[in-house]
Design a protein around this ligand. Structure first.
Ligand SMILES: Nc1ncnc2c1ncn2[C@@H]1O[C@H](COP(=O)(O)OS(=O)(=O)O)[C@@H](OP(=O)(O)O)[C@H]1O
Ligand SMILES: [Mg+2]
Ligand SMILES: [Mg+2]
Ligand SMILES: [Mg+2]
Length: 355
């Protein structure tokens, strides 16, 4: 049964749209000391923190009882060494949240021009993302900037938000400020939002034109010789690209893969720009985070695709902040997915050193 979730969808799209405007403008103003390295060596910028503050503030005003699993937390910003960064984040978040309504947003979701939030309010909003997750009830999951490395390079990144109810992703919204609106015209206008409510289909809407919504579908290969376009990570540390080469060979794919940061890969798959999402872990024991896959998975499923791990198991969003025992992610259209899964498993059997 499909849930309605009309209000949740509108709030989530409005919040993601605001965060996209914020992060695009931050990119143009970013200076060197506005990026810090987290304990796991990954980068985080004033853009990530302020986008999480904005989205969490909007969600908390509308759905005050819903917990949020967000990527970032404000611990570093509460220490004296983080005060300069903190002040910049507060300024950016307040500018964004008190700015003009974004189209499609209702008055009561945003904050008025005189409603700047205090430092504590915004740090607490960031920390609303500290929920541990779990298998029951409602929770949101937020990646304020997915693909921070892509963001810093001026390439693909995404603002990603999903609503999970009883461990099932029911709503996903992904904003891609740098993704061409038309995949067939890469030099054309950029910036789009993708969204899906389970049972209601998947859609794309340009960031600049919120009233032109188009349904998206995964592509269906017509001829047996049709070349699949593999969508892969950019960072070698995130996915084993040599494994992907063996899978491509097994599938008879000779065209070069498309490498792209972030859940923009799921969006490309959902609108038929790519044929396969393939992410095989590098064997370091890294556990995938739910915010890196929740919105993308419902989007692709609603666009007619299938998402599993490399064993063919569904992704389990009910185990906490990570996907736990899921190993790797394979996404593709219904007809293609079984072929890719078989190819992955064959390579795992025949080249165990790669698996
Ligand atoms: N070691 C390792 N293995 C797998 N995944 C990792 C790893 N380290 C980080 N991450 C997460 O990867 C997120 C970005 O994924 P991408 O697919 O965009 O990767 S890539 O940048 O294109 O390679 C990235 O998301 P963001 O931190 O939001 O950018 C991380 O959550
Ligand atoms: Mg990160
Ligand atoms: Mg991420
Ligand atoms: Mg992130």
């Amino acid at each position: 049964m499909s849930l309605n979730l009309a209000a949740e969808k509108q709030v989530a799209i409005a919040a993601v749209r605001r965060a996209c405007v914020l992060t695009s403008s931050v990119f143009n103003k970013l200076v060197k000391n506005e990026t810090v390295t987290k304990d796991d060596k990954s980068p985080v910028t004033v853009g990530d923190y302020s986008a999480q503050a904005v989205v969490n503030t909007i969600l908390s005003r509308t759905f005050p009882d819903d917990p949020i699993v967000g990527e970032e937390d404000a611990t570093d910003l509460r220490q004296e060494s983080g005060f300069a960064l903190r002040d910049r984040i507060i300024q950016l978040a307040n500018e964004c949240i008190t700015g003009e309504l974004v189209p499609g947003e209702k008055e009561e979701w945003g904050l008025g021009p005189n409603q700047s939030q205090s430092v504590d309010e915004l740090l607490d909003a960031i920390d609303r993302g500290n929920y541990d997750g779990g298998s029951t009830g409602r929770m949101w999951t937020l990646d304020p900037i997915d693909g921070t490395k892509g963001f810093l390079r001026g390439e693909q990144y995404a603002v990603c938000l999903a609503l999970i109810i009883n461990a099932r992703v029911e709503l996903g919204v992904i904003g891609c400020p740098n993704l061409p609106v038309n995949g067939a015209n890469p030099s054309g206008p950029r910036g789009c939002i993708f969204y899906a409510v389970r049972g209601q289909g998947a859609f794309q809407v340009p960031l600049a034109d919120p009233f032109t919504t188009t349904p998206t579908r995964v592509s269906i290969p017509v001829l047996p010789g049709d070349q699949l376009n593999l969508l892969e990570s950019v960072e070698k540390a995130h996915a084993k690209l040599s494994f992907n080469e063996l899978v491509a060979r097994e599938l008879g794919v000779t065209r070069a893969p498309t490498r792209m940061d972030s859940q923009a890969k799921y969006c490309a798959l959902a609108r038929g720009d790519g044929g396969v999402y393939l992410r095989i872990p590098t064997g370091t024991g890294y556990k995938e985070k739910i915010w890196d896959h929740a919105p993308g998975s419902v989007l692709v499923e609603e666009a007619g695709g299938i998402i599993t791990d490399s064993r063919g198991q569904p992704l389990n969003f009910g185990l906490g902040r990570t996907l736990g025992e899921n190993y790797g992610v394979i996404g593709a259209g219904k007809d293609v997915h079984p072929r890719v899964l078989a190819a992955v498993q064959k390579v795992q059997r025949e080249s165990p050193e790669e698996a």
